[in-house]
Write a protein that binds this ligand. Structure first.
Ligand SMILES: [Zn+2]
Length: 451
């Protein structure tokens, strides 16, 4: 069967359908769109303006296709209403900008949405075309051309008046005049200029959420315990929570192990499902807030910690997550520190001073650099073995990173000996100071001009 035969058959079918519809006449009343909800399940007649048509085409796996055309229509009682057309000939007759008579369409309801759909005896008749003629001709001239009954003519008149009025409103309204289109999404908020604070006292007095810039000196890094039991917490040296104290213990006091964990590089959420995290807001979310594809990127990260800063007026704890911590530690990523730490503990375990974390199950802490965002977890024994087989002379540059990191920490925490740093923070007005009211975004070492 050739293409034209199919077309002809389709055309015949459409004509037959239309004849049947006209032969059968109207199955139900001509209604205003605002009254559609009162006619759910009934056949009705609609005189409407067509805003747009959207053909939806599905190819079936077994062959053949299902075609539906969704049209959005409106009248003077309801500006927007959906009609789904299931007959291809009718769908192809629907043109945006026309005023049409939809005969014998059924009102249906899906959930809370009321719409109309065509059935076997439905038809579409174009009453006015093209759109420009509706705008240029007078209402009476337009109605005269209509050969339908009185009810249809009266409804058509009201729809035409509405279309003309709507067009005028649009032209004189600001949307079209300014070349803007209606939008149904919220535009992203423009980045506000950060608030410049002259002192920490001024920062503390900010009552609204914003960004803030200020100069302050580093006083302390506070690393909360995250032991699973309170008994364990009780038995630990509380001084270990303060990094400045830990740095002067033998080795590094297990600092790298306690400051680094497995988590998301981007949002800084640790993946410690079995430990009670002191920062409740850091509980791992299912979706990553910082990633474009909403997936966490898993690797070794700096655990969220509190950086205490001070100036002459006040002090403030800043919540520091992984990305900000990297900036603070001279762009040394946690993975670099961690990979050295694993090697060192593999070589000489006696140097490692037991800390509160080592009271936890040893297996609970196994950050492992993960390539390509895949979480890799190995046992401590496995690491030792691999180190023994590799020998003691590999990766010297990684070792330097760890030493540099330690020196940097020690230097930074020498209270009173450093010039202030320039911090940018997010002020979260809903939180108190100890729970992340000020979250560090970036830090700079300012250059002061000397005369
Ligand atoms: Zn994340």
């Amino acid at each position: 069967m050739c293409f034209f035969s199919i077309l002809k058959l389709a055309d015949c079918a459409a004509k037959r359908e239309k004849k049947m519809a006209s032969a059968i006449g109207w199955y139900g009343p001509l209604i205003d769109l605002s009254k559609a909800a009162l006619h759910v399940g009934d056949y009705v007649q609609l005189v409407v303006y067509v805003h747009r048509t959207t053909p939806l085409q599905y190819k079936l796996a077994k062959g053949g296709e299902v075609i539906r055309t969704d049209i959005q229509v409106g009248d003077e009682t309801r500006p927007f209403f959906s009609v789904s057309i299931w007959q291809k000939p009718i769908g192809s007759m629907a043109v945006a900008g026309d005023v049409v008579l939809l005969q014998n369409v059924k009102i249906t309801k899906y959930g809370d949405v009321v719409e109309a759909r065509t059935h076997q005896y439905s038809s579409l008749k174009c009453l006015l075309h093209p759109y420009e003629s509706i705008l240029t001709k007078g209402v009476n001239d337009l109605i005269e051309e209509c050969r339908d009954g009185v009810a249809t003519k009266e409804k058509l008149k009201r729809v035409v008046e509405w279309v003309k009025k709507r067009n005028t409103q649009e032209l004189h309204g600001c949307q079209l005049q300014e070349g803007k289109l209606l939008r149904n999404w919220k535009p992203p908020e423009e980045r506000k200029q950060p608030e410049d604070c002259f002192s920490l006292l001024q920062l503390s007095s900010l009552t609204t959420s914003c960004k803030a810039l200020f100069y302050a000196s580093v006083a302390e890094i506070f690393l909360p315990f995250n032991s699973t039991s309170h008994v364990q917490c009780e038995s630990l040296d509380k001084e270990d929570m303060f990094v400045s104290r830990r740095l002067y213990k033998a080795g590094d006091g297990g600092l790298a192990r306690d400051l680094i964990c497995t988590g998301c590089q981007l949002c800084g959420s640790p993946l410690e499902l079995d430990s009670e995290n002191m920062f409740k807001q850091n509980a791992v979310a299912l979706y990553c807030s910082e990633s474009s594809n909403h997936l966490h990127v898993i690797s070794s990260i700096y655990k969220p910690f509190m950086l205490y800063v001070w100036d002459e007026s006040d002090y403030a704890p800043l919540l520091v997550r992984n990305k900000a911590a990297e900036l603070l530690f001279g762009n040394i990523k946690a993975e670099r520190v961690c990979s050295w730490w694993e090697k060192q503990t593999g070589q000489d375990d006696s140097k490692d001073v037991p800390t509160h974390s080592s009271l936890n199950a040893e297996a609970a802490w196994q950050p492992k650099a993960a390539e390509g965002g895949v979480l890799v977890s190995c046992s401590a024994d496995g690491d030792k073995k691999s180190l023994e087989s590799k020998g003691t002379h590999c990766f010297p540059e990684t070792m330097h990173f760890y030493s540099i990191w330690l020196i940097l920490l020690k230097t930074m925490l020498e209270k009173g000996k450093n010039s202030p740093l320039k911090f940018e923070v997010d002020v979260n007005a809903g939180l108190d100071k100890e729970n992340g009211r000020f979250e560090m975004v970036s830090v700079q070492l300012p250059c002061f001009e000397t005369k």
